[in-house]
Design a protein around this ligand. Sequence first.
Ligand code: GLU
Length: 447
Amino acid sequence: MSNATRIERIYDQVVRRNPGEAEFHQAVKEVIETLGPVLARHPEYAEHKIIERICEPERQIIFRVPWHDDRGEVHIHRGFRVQFNSVLGPYKGGLRFHSSVYLGIIKFLGFEQIFKNALTGMPIGGAKGGSDFDPKGRSDGEVMRFCQSFMTELHRHLGEFTDVPAGDIGVGAREVGYLFGQYKRMTNRYESGVLTGKSPHWGGSLVRREATGYGTVHFVDEMLKARGESIEGKTCVVSGSGNVAIYAIEKLQQLGGRVIACSDSNGVLHHERGIDLALVKRLKEVERRRIKDYALEHRDAQYIAGGSLWDIPCEIALPCATQNELDESAARKLAGNGCKAIAEGANMPTTPRGVRVFQQAGIAYGPGKAANAGGVATSALEMQQNASRDTWTFEHTEQRLQEIMQGIHHHCHEAAAEFGDPGNYVLGANVVGFRRVAEAMLALGVI
Ligand code: GLU
């Protein structure tokens, strides 16, 4: 059987065995369709059914999460934790609280996480979890009761050597705090290393909050440097206005980029004079408001309800909101407007057809599993600090993050060239991540 046929059959089987999970199918396809040349060089991977085993999670946990709102009404949500692969280390990956969450979303994220975490070079396996609960518009008390109920079930599946969750969409330091509090109470152990993304006041790492956004910008910086260019003076747009977007904007501005637009799920904010990041931080981090309120304070800024960020001409575009937010027509628009570089701060934000447009246009394109790996890499640095009961300075931690991102870029760049398609970071990231996991799986036997 040819390797192309083998890969097609594996994909067909994944679709059959996981019905209705479109995002998971998409994530699997995007990885395995690039692996033909790797199988050609390593027939032992096919012989030991490495791809088939990677596509099947080691364990999937689904549970009921009941809680009371402030009026005393009972709500029932569904909790998930998909422990995908643990050959490189304990399961590691965030929790997403959002109304769109279902098993297919958690599996796509968990699958991506395996390769992303392998790319960081840190000893962490891949997992993801979450719930269809949306903290937006809920009081602190409601969020706390939800988190306590969620952790009451999940705690028995976690541990610093077993599974270490963190944040994702809808889960920040507040939620991690409530989750940790309940874990501590249930287990009677102050086990700092069981969750990352903790507040630096009680066991968290400096730079973890900034890490995903900063890391994405370091990745784009490396891609531009490889082409003899830099961020300095370039016009940038960043989708989203959550944790990833905010710190991507901060690092772009530090490196001399001109960030003129960001967004949220309701609309687009265009401020040609440059985004006032202090205001975005106050609105989003302190007051938990929507981005349209920015235009109330800056009369020269334009808020376009329901608009598309990708219509705004730019040289650097960072999708930092959510999956499949950038489709083929948006990609054409960006390419037509002269965009030079895209790096994904979100997970799988570009559709497969959108990716093809970027590749055909010769735009530098950094896929999420490489470009946004700075978040989980800094989570691993948080685990290191917790294990040694140490705290590092901001400067030292940021330095480590930057080195890790440079290393990821370097390895992806080399692997793309090695497999005959220089500059193809999709190929490079998939090959490097997959090879690391495959080698460990061979070494550990059929488990
Ligand atoms: N949710 C983040 C990601 O997509 C971070 C996961 C973590 O820090 O464990 O990589």
